[in-house]
Write a protein that binds this ligand. Structure first.
Ligand code: GLA
Length: 382
């Protein structure tokens, strides 16, 4: 993204120049709704990001300008100073979470903008939190590690936005590495970079351009379902603290004791954690056909058991299947946003053309297509 507009606005609003930082959105190959269950995920940072110019202003107030919305906000840094606008709460939350960890920041001026599509399942909000987390950490010399900045972003979602998200998005945004996905163990936060270069295939996102999930309500309900099942299993297996610690036998043993919907949710999660492990094994053998099959299974589970898909996403998934795409599934939290598709080079053009035309015909919406480019995580630009 061209940052000239950010720089011009910053200069015109504050009469000076600051430092420019960026932090990206993410994709995830497989492992959905596993992070808050302590399982594994396989995300990578992408070439779409949030960008901010920032400079301490010597006061105890933050003056922020959201260029894409053409809106400004001014707020203090005490708990009672929480701003009204949602976008400003992300910035405020990051500052508050830093203060709660004994490292308060002071007032600053900022202008920010981005090219991560909103509501597309590519984690625009994590990109925003990570961008400010990383920038504030550097300009105030706070000494947080990247993974701690990710945790600060996650806590911001929990405490200032109301979404009880896992750690995947913020982690990918902070720790991403060009050309690599991360196999992240969300229980221990141990991770390894896995080069992602599926020869003969392309990875493409198709954005339904619909969002059905309002304020994270359904997302939080999924998490609660998982927690209720864990509580039941823990009665006989106290070592089980998260669904990651459970297996199918333990799950089946509580089948009659938990709500059938909760059971179905948990069944998806336990299966999904295993699917990720199977997919990484297949990747190590360059067996992307197997990876693709697992992606379809993930979609099936997210649609039928976890119920976070929607007709638009299911339609794109069916299209992919009919057009010979190796793997396809809803990506991210669900309820709209993108499908991620692993498609053989030679099928790519026909798939994109046919699927987008069919989608437009059926829903009267122009879907958006993004080729995935895996880039570095949070960094200073200028
Ligand atoms: C959202 C959340 C993540 C993760 C995904 C689903 O993106 O922010 O923590 O739970 O949904 O995998």
């Amino acid at each position: 993204m061209d940052i000239t507009k950010i720089r011009e606005k910053f200069k015109s609003l504050y009469g000076t120049t600051g430092d420019v930082y960026t932090s990206p959105g993410r994709i995830n190959i497989i492992g959905e709704h596993t992070d808050y269950n302590g399982g594994f995920v396989l995300p990578g940072a992408i070439d779409k990001a949030m960008y901010c110019e920032i400079k301490p202003n010597g006061t105890d107030k933050v003056r922020a300008f959201a260029l894409d919305l053409n809106e400004s906000a001014e707020f203090g840094l005490e708990e009672a100073d929480a701003p009204q606008q949602q976008w400003a709460r992300y910035i405020f939350g990051v500052c508050r979470e830093m203060a709660k960890r004994g490292k308060p920041v002071k007032g600053f001026d900022t202008v920010f903008a981005g090219d991560v599509p909103l509501g597309a399942g590519m984690s625009s909000s994590a990109a925003l939190e990570s961008c400010f987390g990383f920038a504030l950490n550097e300009i105030y010399g706070l000494g947080f590690e990247r993974f701690e900045i990710a945790l600060i972003g996650q806590a911001t979602e929990h405490n200032y936005v109301g979404v009880k998200c896992g750690i995947m998005d913020q982690f990918a945004s902070c720790c991403g590495k060009e050309g690599n996905v991360m196999k992240l163990d969300c229980r221990s936060l141990e991770y390894e970079y896995v080069p992602f270069n599926p020869k003969g295939y392309r990875l493409v996102l198709i954005n339904t351009c619909v969002t059905h999930n309002l304020a994270g309500g359904e997302y939080n309900k999924r998490r609660e379902s998982c927690e209720r099942v864990v509580a039941e299993i823990a009665k006989t297996h106290p070592e089980v603290k998260l669904l990651r610690d459970a297996n199918m036998d333990m799950l089946q043993a509580v089948k009659g004791k938990v709500d059938p919907v909760d059971y179905m949710r948990a069944e998806f999660v336990v299966g999904e954690i295993q699917r990720l492990l199977d997919a990484t094994k297949a990747m190590a053998k360059d067996d992307y056909e197997t990876v693709g099959k697992l992606m379809y299974q993930t979609h099936e589970g997210l649609s039928k058991k976890y119920e976070v898909s929607c007709p638009e996403l299911d339609f794109l998934n069916d299209q992919a299947k009919e057009l010979g795409v190796s793997g396809s599934r809803v990506m991210g939290g669900g309820f709209g946003g993108c499908t991620i598709n692993l498609v053989k080079e030679e099928l790519y053009d026909n798939f994109v053309k046919t699927a987008t035309e069919a989608y437009k015909k059926k829903f009267n919406i122009d879907p958006k297509v993004y080729d995935v480019v895996i880039k570095d995580g949070a960094r200073k630009l200028a």
